[in-house]
Design a protein around this ligand. Sequence first.
Ligand SMILES: [Zn+2]
Length: 409
Amino acid sequence: MIRYLLLLALAGAACAEKARFDNYRVHSVLPESEHHLRFLRELEENNDFLFWNDVRAVNASVHIMVPPHKTAQFQEIVDFVGLKSEIYINDVQKLIDAENNNPAARSGIFGWNAYYRLNDIYNWLDSLEAQYPGVVSVVVGGTTYEGREIRGVKVSYKAGNPGVFVEGGIHAREWISPATVTYILNQLLTSQDPAIRDIAENYDWYIFPSFNPDGYEYTHTTNRLWRKTRSRSSSLCYGADPNRNWGFHWMDGGASSSACSETYAGSSAFSEIEARSLSQYISTIADKLSVYLSFHSYSQYLLIPYGFSNAHISNYDTLMDIGKKAINSLSQRYGTKYVVGNIVDVIYVASGGSMDWVRGEYGTPITYTYELRDTGRNGFVLPAEQIIPTGEETLDSVLTILQEARSVI
Ligand SMILES: [Zn+2]
């Protein structure tokens, strides 16, 4: 009984208050040996500190958030192992407060100078259907644990086009992803640039700004740094990682069976209703898809399948070739530098992702996962002033991918 009351109290507190990150720091730590890597992987598994990026390789920095009350403990650990550490973010709360302070966010007029709530995005999608009759149609790709729609749009100027699927926001805290996806959608409808008009009108687009609406809303109302879904099992911890839950090589490395882990793969493949219902939706249009693009943040990578293995897939050379051209296009406008490669080669093993499932299940030829800006100075909390530049440079690269894809699909 007492435990039950305690649980209720905890649940109540979680609803009532917004998590604050006053004086939380993000340290960039540099592993210089295999021993360092093993140590950092173990530290991550303990869930004592929130890791903002992955433990990848020797000389690839790892970003770890340290609460003020754990500063001494963290310093002791770093000193003991002999890790070099530098402060990247001095106060996470200050960054969060400044991130979205543009009053436009509360004006109800949708745009790209602020980050918007789910309903603002959905209302905007609905308005597009009214504004572009016969071109834009609202589609529902699935349902969430808390009963929200997973709403998207189909954009089609004519019959018989090859299909492009655009997925945003599967990880809740990566706000630049839905913002970039809606930016691209808006450009497809409004740009007068002949090259953009060409890809807009000669592909059919299936665009979903948020694959994880419950999580996204939770990052607005309660915890800015939430990543997972909001499902509840018997465990004390909520949610699973919706990008470790898809049923192709599920739990085949780089995913956790511990419910409290940030990369918890779920109790079974497609245990999460979001991944399950979206997979069913994608199945209905899979024969029309030539391209699948998934948007995450952060780290500035352009990734190709698979996440469970770095064995070369059948068109590895083509995807690498197009990918290199795409990141070159992306760098032209603002000098933003990306790295292209197989997920395992660039980051680390990560199984159960949506792109792996689409590729594995349907053999969709052109598949990429973006890790958008930045490289860690703001991390997930990218200031709203960067939405438009990020959208512009990303669209430059999408244009290249779709132009190049024509010769191979
Ligand atoms: Zn992500």
